[in-house]
Design a protein around this ligand. Structure first.
Ligand SMILES: [Zn+2]
Length: 151
């Protein structure tokens, strides 16, 4: 792919200096077509991934860089702490990898991500303490029921 007067052109070579025009719904990657005399063409998959969403899912993978840190995930009902590589961080969100895609997720929410293992276990400890308090309340209420006499 070459830029000709600011436009992406495909299969540009001496015999075809203007090449082929870009199809703006398709991935911008240029593919080398083997077995057809070394032609180049625009990837024909739908764009929507990678930088400026200009790439298909497959060709966007080349832009996924190494993780910048490890955060820790606690599920809303479970009790384990799972390390989660993160690829980018903003004040509100982190980018995590799901399959071959980078997805943005809130730092805290229904699913929770924590910057350290300690923060994650602290969160679980507080959840456990809330459940203990709730259990104590329920036990007292049940005791009252046992003590109650019919009038
Ligand atoms: Zn592609």
């Amino acid at each position: 792919m070459r830029l000709v007067n600011g436009e992406r052109r495909y299969n540009v070579w001496a015999g075809n200096p203007n090449g082929m025009a870009e199809v703006e719904t398709r991935c911008v990657e240029e593919i080398h077509e083997s077995g057809r005399g070394g032609m180049f063409r625009q990837c024909d998959r739908k764009r929507g991934f990678g930088p400026d969403e200009l790439y298909c899912k497959k060709h966007a993978e080349q832009f996924i860089e190494a993780p910048i840190a490890t955060w820790y995930y606690t599920s809303p009902h479970g009790w384990e702490v799972k390390p989660e590589p993160i690829y980018k961080e903003t004040s509100e969100t982190i980018l995590i990898k799901q399959g071959n895609r980078l997805v943005s997720t809130k730092k805290r929410g229904y699913y929770s991500y924590w910057p350290t293992r300690d923060a994650a276990t602290q969160h679980l400890k507080m959840r456990l303490e809330r459940q203990r308090a709730e259990l104590a309340t329920n036990e007292r209420a049940f005791d009252e029921t046992l003590k109650a006499k019919d009038k």
